[in-house]
Every structure is written in structure tokens, then in C-alpha cells.
Design a protein around this ligand. Structure first.
Ligand code: CP3
Length: 342
């Protein structure tokens, strides 16, 4: 039963037989079988092809014996589904043909309705049937991170135009984020209604903001996206990079589990969050290349810290890098399971 799976138990702060483990970006270029399957197919096209989505999502589950599958897609898929002209450029990320800067640009962001994404429903249904007792995690991008791609036109380290819009025209910023929250929420809802057992909201780049700005300009929109699946009873994970100062606010937005990157220890994260949330994390992906003994000791230490959390899901502090050795990931899952067995 999926309700008794270690992932769902940990997310809902109940006792687990072992600490569950999965990896952000577990499906992807670190796997030779992924590279082979993706060859010659554009990323966005792959995300809309149920045969590919199903197979790519299952690859890391078979190989690593992780405790969850994450739906193979991308945070910009629902934005493209409502008609925004964008592409995912290999080695760069999402690039938007005409960046969003004015009120007129809002006309390019209609609501997302399920009829625009029948393939997503089909892929999820097929996956859930194949996965059996392994939960499928659905996901979406949070309004801030999506807005950053739309406003900057592509990846940004400084988010300058995004912050300029947020502070310079708060009304337009709010209207933009309201639309993005609808789109994210509808994308999450479609996945859960098709059978996903948990969801993760990725606010990858929101760590660029101070608390006051998060509270004033972001939190209510992420709350709205998470609220779209509140009645469906699945655990909700909320993750960002460099968000140590925002953890409690991200929890308050409606999460059951707060994702922690490697900059803050799980012990400190729990001290900041209290006992109302489970935590997810937080091995530094850079350590995947360290000598095995060093890495193994770090994995064990994270599992030990996690025992003092109300619930712990083992993960990396961010995604698997493309050059990671997949055998190392498999061994990490084995160590987490062995070392945490109750
Ligand atoms: O295994 C999984 O985690 C599921 C699949 C997944 C992808 N993107 C596939 C992907 C998930 C959950 C995402 C989310 C995503 N996409 C985020 C949030 C997670 C995070 O990393 O913080 C963000 C910021 C994006 C935007 C995006 N899409 C980036 C930054 C990139 C990488 C660009 C590159 O080539 O380095 C993408 C493309 C992308 N999304 C790839 C994959 C497997 C690589 C595409 C390829 O194989 O060519």
C-alpha cells in the first residue's frame, strides 16, 4: 500500500521501517540509458510523449531502488502548454522567446485547464500502474521561480529584472504570480488526480530573496499553488536552494515537508522549523565526487541527524549533476537503507 510506503510515512511524520531516499534529477543525463533514449528528441517534446516519460521516470527506480519516482517533466512544461513560446536549451535551461515585462504580456498566460495536458494524465496513470507500491512524486515550479524565467527570458544568477519588476510594479508582479500559481496548481492537481502520491513544489531560485520580500511578494502565491491540491490528501514538499533563512515561511505556505539544501544542517533546519514539518535533504551534490569513505560517512551522519527530525526523507541538497557516477547513487541508497533500518 502506498499509504504505508516509507516516503509517505516520513512525509506525514509517522514511524518508518527505514529512511526513504530519492534524488532530485534522478532521471536524466547521469544515466546512460537516459542519454540513449533521449537522443534526437527535444526535451519539451520528450516531456509530452507518454512512452518516453514513462520509461525515463522508471529508469532510476529500477537502477537505484529509490523509495520514490519523480515524474519526468520540467517546471516550464505547463507554461509551454498554455502557449508561451519557449525552449529548453541543453546545457543552459529554459529560454523564453519574448520575455515578460509589461501588463500586455499577461495576455500570453491564460489559465491551464486539464484538456491542454491529456498526455500528462496518461503518463501518470501508466506510471502508477507500473510502479506498484513505489510512490510517484508529481511536481511543479513555484510562481517566483517560474516568473524569474519568464521575466529574465532565461536562467539568471542575479534575478535583477525579476526583482526590479517585483519592487517597481508590485501590482503587475502580483497579477503575474497569481496566474503562475493557477498554472502550477492546475499542473499539480492533474498529476495527483491521475494518481501521484505526493507532490513537490520547486522554488529553486527564491533563496535570492530576503525574508521581508518573500513575505510581501511570494509567500501568498506559493500558498495558492500548494492549496490547489490541499483537498486531495497527498503530502506536499516545498524546496528551494539557499533558502535557509526562509525555511519556516516555506513551511507556512502549506508544506508537510520542507526541503533543505546543503548550506544548513538538518539539525539547524529542524531547530528553525519546529516539530510540525518533516525535512528532506541534504547531501551536497558536490560530494558525489569525493572518495567513497568520505561520502559514506557524510551519508550516515545525515541519516543520524534525520533521526532527530519529526520525519526525514533523504535526498541531495539539489539535483544530481550530469557527470555524477550512477553507481555511487545506488550505493548511497543502500547505505541509507542499511544504516536507518529500524
Ligand atoms: O528526475 C527528476 O528530477 C525529474 C525531472 C525534472 C527535470 N526538471 C528534468 C530536466 C525536474 C523535477 C525538473 C525541474 C526543474 N527544471 C527545475 C527545478 C529543480 C531544480 O533543479 O532546481 C528547474 C530550475 C528547471 C529548469 C531547467 N530545466 C534547468 C535549469 C535545466 C537544466 C539545463 C541543462 O541542460 O543543464 C532544465 C532541463 C532539464 N530538465 C533536463 C532534465 C533531465 C536536462 C535536459 C536534457 O537532458 O537535455
Amino acid at each position: 500500500m502506498i499509504a504505508d510506503s516509507p516516503l509517505v510515512l516520513a512525509a506525514t511524520r509517522r514511524p518508518v521501517p527505514h529512511t526513504p531516499a530519492w534524488f532530485m534529477r534522478q532521471a536524466g543525463r547521469s544515466l546512460p540509458e537516459y542519454r540513449e533514449l533521449r537522443e534526437g528528441t527535444d526535451m519539451l517534446d520528450a516531456c509530452r510523449t507518454p512512452d518516453l516519460v514513462t520509461e525515463i521516470t522508471l529508469q532510476p527506480v529500477r537502477r537505484h531502488k529509490v523509495d520514490a519516482a519523480i515524474f519526468f517533466s520540467d517546471i516550464v512544461v505547463p507554461v509551454a502548454a498554455v502557449g508561451v513560446d519557449l525552449s529548453i536549451v541543453p546545457g543552459t535551461g529554459p529560454v523564453v522567446a519574448a520575455p515578460f515585462r509589461t501588463r500586455a504580456d499577461l495576455d500570453r498566460l491564460p489559465d491551464l485547464t486539464p484538456d491542454a495536458i491529456p498526455d500528462i494524465t496518461e503518463s501518470v496513470q501508466r506510471l502508477v500502474a507500473e510502479l506498484g507500491s513505489t510512490p510517484l512524486i508529481g511536481f511543479a515550479g513555484a510562481p517566483f521561480t517560474l516568473a524569474s524565467y519568464l521575466v529574465e527570458g532565461g536562467p539568471s544568477k542575479t534575478h535583477e529584472r525579476t526583482k526590479a519588476l517585483m519592487h517597481g510594479d508590485p501590482q503587475l508582479w502580483n497579477d503575474l504570480c497569481e496566474r503562475l500559481a493557477q498554472i502550477s496548481g492546475a499542473f499539480l492537481r492533474a498529476q495527483v488526480e491521475a494518481g501521484a502520491s505526493a507532490i513537490q513544489l520547486f522554488d529553486s531560485w527564491v533563496g535570492a530573496l530576503p525574508r521581508a520580500d518573500y513575505t510581501a511578494y511570494v509567500q501568498k502565491h506559493s500558498t495558492a499553488a500548494l492549496a490547489a491540491v490541499a483537498d486531495l490528501g497527498v503530502p506536499r514538499i516545498h524546496f528551494g536552494v539557499g533558502t535557509g533563512e526562509l525555511l519556516d515561511l516555506m513551511g507556512e505556505a502549506g508544506a508537510d515537508v520542507v526541503g533543505v539544501d546543503y548550506r544548513v544542517s538538518l539539525t539547524d533546519a529542524v531547530a528553525r522549523l519546529g516539530d510540525s514539518y518533516a525535512v528532506q535533504g541534504n547531501l551536497d551534490p558536490a560530494l558525489l565526487g569525493a572518495p567513497w569513505e568520505v561520502l559514506e560517512a557524510r551519508v550516515r551522519a545525515i541519516v543520524d541527524e534525520g533521526r532527530n527530525a519529526p520525519g526525514h526523507i533523504f535526498n541531495l541538497g539539489h539535483g544530481v549533476p550530469p557527470h555524477a557516477d550512477p553507481d555511487v547513487l545506488t550505493r548511497i541508497v543502500e547505505v541509507v537503507h542499511e544504516h536507518s533500518a529500524r
